[in-house]
Structure formats: structure tokens, C-alpha cells
Write a protein that binds this ligand. Sequence first.
Ligand code: FAD
Ligand code: FES
Length: 511
Amino acid sequence: MAEQDAKPSGPDLSRGVAFSELADGGMLLGHVGDEQVVLARRGAEVFAVGASCSHYHGPLAEGLMVGDTVRCPWHHACFSLRTGEALAAPALSPIDCWSTEQRDGKVFVTEKRAAPAKPAPRLAAKAPDRIVIVGGGAAGFAAAEMLRREQYKGGIVMLSSDDAAPVDRPNLSKDYLAGNAPEEWVPLRGDDFYKDNGIDLRLGKSVASIDARGHEVALSDGTRVPFDRLLLATGAEPVRLPIPGAGPGQVHTLRSLADSRAIIEQAKSAKRAVVIGASFIGLEVAASLRHRGIEVHVVAPEKRPMERVLGAAMGDFVRALHEEHGVVFHLEDTVAGIDGRKATLKSGGTIDADLVVAGVGVRPRLELAEKAGLTVDRGLVVDAFLASSAPDIYAAGDIAKWPDPHSGQAIRVEHWVVAERQGQVAALNMLGLRHKFDAVPFFWSQHYDVPINYVGHAEKWDEIAVDGDIAGRDCLVRYKLGGRTLAAASIYRDVASLQEEAEMERSVASA
Ligand SMILES: Cc1cc2nc3c(=O)[nH]c(=O)nc-3n(C[C@H](O)[C@H](O)[C@H](O)COP(=O)(O)OP(=O)(O)OC[C@H]3O[C@@H](n4cnc5c(N)ncnc54)[C@H](O)[C@@H]3O)c2cc1C
Ligand code: FES
């Protein structure tokens, strides 16, 4: 993602702007010295905060103010305008806050405030001594970070079967795979973070079983780790194709940093790739490989890519977008077998390829929960507080099936932001605070220079209402059932997408 232009733009806010220039609920981008600052007005109050989102530097002035928060236009992070705190992922670090002064009908930005004093701990009287997190991904990391943000002083052990510390997984199929992002951008935090925050991160450690009654997990190397509260955040694993020649050595899947590295390594000498599956990940891989100049063939059984999630018109757009970039689709077809460099299609054709990547969906990692006797129903069933059926055991992320107040259904999704936000809420609840998880589901996907944002959750609909022009890459597409908007996908309509999200939040809050 491109950073904002380094040259400061807009008015010099230290010299003041007329209060009347600021609409109530509106934002104005300006600068103080070399630093870009956003002024935001709420009634008689005016806030000043850093202009760049701490996630991927999204331009906050182009986002949306909701109450005393500002929402990032790119991936919907939410910051407090009062303190700069990152209230909702994917941003995990605060933004700067500046002091303002009002006199003679003008607003002046005076100085950058020191980092806000940490709020008094909100911990319940008896915080647990030991919290164990199984999983070093989005949900596990966000939980650990939130526990320390809340000034939890007890022990945190994070067990991850991955050899790498928590990474920015969405990057693995996008800029990192395309060669646009160096590897140092991929870890969510440097090694010091874990040391400085007393997080006992144990990598390459697989949990083999959970003794729910005895409050203990057992690792596959025999080590036992006791817990007072346990968070299960084991994520999902790529489905492997049951076809001849599609073993791990022959066909890549993509979940971990190691997977992405392996694809990059082979891509260095590859001329032609077959991507099996027209899923989000499959097509992001296709885009990244095209960026590397590799010929890409996508083989998938559906008639249109992404039709099940985004509908026919968006599916056609996604296909056309990839074709414009040279991707060759083999739709309504599947790979029947792979023999060395040759992929044989069910329709009879063959494609010679020196790289094969499968993106045919994922399966939640539920074995631990099942073996421990927790309630599982195509997801680890949790309540509104993300608590499982066993006392003191919580779940978050791709494995969790929670009662979503927006759709009124118990759902399980595979979205980065949802996983992080669930990790954060589970952290608060493990500390004895009672927070319902009621965030509106959100995901984004990126294909070449086209981002697709999606808020809400619609498994079926009876109407798709398109506002704008899908082919013109300027649209908000609403998925409705019985006249009610369940979800909205957008391309370059960031504010409209944020407004849909805020509307969904309001309707649940007022229910
Ligand atoms: C390449 C890629 C790109 C993506 N892009 C996007 C995107 O653009 N937008 C979006 O919304 N979503 C995206 N996603 C989905 C998103 O990354 C997931 O929804 C999110 O990572 C889920 O978080 P999680 O914590 O549940 O699981 P994960 O992040 O997968 O973490 C699970 C962790 O558990 C560990 N683990 C599993 N089993 C055990 C065990 N028995 N013992 C110990 N540790 C264990 C794993 O090693 C891993 O560290 C993408 C996913 C991938 C793979
Ligand atoms: S850049 Fe702001 S949420 Fe991603």
C-alpha cells in the first residue's frame, strides 16, 4: 500500500482555521510543520489527530467520524479522537493526538500531546494468574496485545505451531507475494515486543490435547502447560486436493509465511503457473504472480469467480479484471491430476506449469476442541462473550462460531479483522470484564490496484442493489433479504462502506 504523500498539504493548522469552515461531524486535513493532522469537529468540540492510520497508513481524513471516533477508509480501523487509541483492529497502535485552542472564531492546533496516560486498569477484582493462548495468528496476537494494553500483570503463554512469530497474514498473498513488500514488513511486531511485554511466545509448539477440567494443555512434545483461562485461536488450514500428484511437494497451499516464501522461491524461475480455485486467496495469488510476470491459468469449477459471496455482476467484474491483466480462466473445469509439470483438466486439456498453487478453501482447526469435548458444530460454538461450552475456555478467529447480532445467526467467518477483534474481546472477557462481541463482520481483498471491501454477512439474498458502476470501479453493492441490507461490497466507495457499517452498528445498538 502506498504511503501518503510526504509533502504536507492543506492549511497550516498552527495558524488557525475558521471554526465555521468545519462542518459538524466533518474533518479537515491540514498540517503542523511537516506533520499531517486531521481536525475533526463534533458539536462545539474540535479534535486534532495524526492523519495517517497506524495499520497501512490509510488517509484518515477520507474516512468517517462516528461519535468521538474516526474510522479508517481502507480497512475500517477505529481510533478514539480523544486519546488516539486504536479502539478496533486492524490497527493495533495509537495515532498521535494534538491539543487545540479556540479563540476569535478560529481553531488553532497547538502542540502534540504526550502519549495519553494509561487508563486505570479495568480488571475485575480477581484477575487470573495464567492465561494460555493456543495460536500465534490474528486472534491470538490481538488477544495478547490487548491483555497487556489492559495492564494485565499475570502470565501469558502463547503457543504456536508456526515457526514464525505472528505475521500480517493478508500480506502473504498480496504485496509480499507480489514482491512489493520486504519481509521486514510481515511480522506484526518485532521480537522485542514479546520480551518487553512479558509474553512467553513459544514457537514451533503444537498443542496435542486440552484437559478442560484439569485446566492444562499438553504439547505434542509432552510438556504440560497449566492455565486459569485458555484462548483457542487455532485458525484454519488449507484444504488439500484429493487428486493424484497433488501432494505437498507438488502443489503449494498458502497459509503461513513459510508457504508464501516457498511460492516466491519457485516463482523466481517459473514461467507458467496454474492456480487451482478462484477463491479470494487463489485470485490474489494469481494477481501477485502476474505482477512477477508469470503466465497464470486459473482452474475452478464455478461459472463465475466469487459469485457465491459477491453475486454474478461482481463475479463478472472480478473475472474481467483478471483477464485484463492476462490471467487465463478455465472455469466450470477442475484439475483431475498432476503429473510432474503437467496438470490434466477434467475437460481433457492439459496445462504445462512449473508452479501449481491451490486455493480451494480452508477447514477450521477444530480437532483440539472436539477431543476436549467442547461443543462443536462446524465451528467451535461460543456465546456472545466468546466463551466456549467449557468453563474458562474461550475461542476467537476462524474457528469460532458466534451469535452474530447483525444477521441474527450463529456464524463462522474467515476474516482477518474479525479474528483480531474477537481476540481483543476474548482478552477482556478472560480478565472478567463482560464484553459482548457485536462488531459488524468486515473483510477486504485486493486484486491489482482494485480493493474490494465487504461489511456485514449475507449467505443468501433476494435482491442485489447496485449503487454506482461496478465495471467503472466505483460502486456500493447491497445484498438484501426481505428488503433489509445484510451486507455491502464496495469498490472505491470507502465512506459509503463505513456508513453502512455504522448503520449496522446503530441498528443493533438500538435493538
Ligand atoms: C494468504 C492469506 C491472505 C488473507 N487475506 C485476507 C484479507 O485480505 N482479508 C481478510 O479479511 N482475511 C484475509 N485472510 C484470512 C485471515 O488471515 C484469517 O481470517 C485470520 O488469519 C484468522 O485468524 P486466526 O487467529 O483465527 O487464525 P490464524 O491467523 O491462522 O492463526 C492460527 C494460529 O494457530 C496456530 N495453531 C494451529 N493449531 C495449533 C496447535 N494445535 N497448537 C499450537 N498452535 C496451533 C497456527 O500455527 C497459527 O499460528 C487471509 C488468509 C490468508 C491465508
Ligand atoms: S490502513 Fe487503516 S485500517 Fe488499514
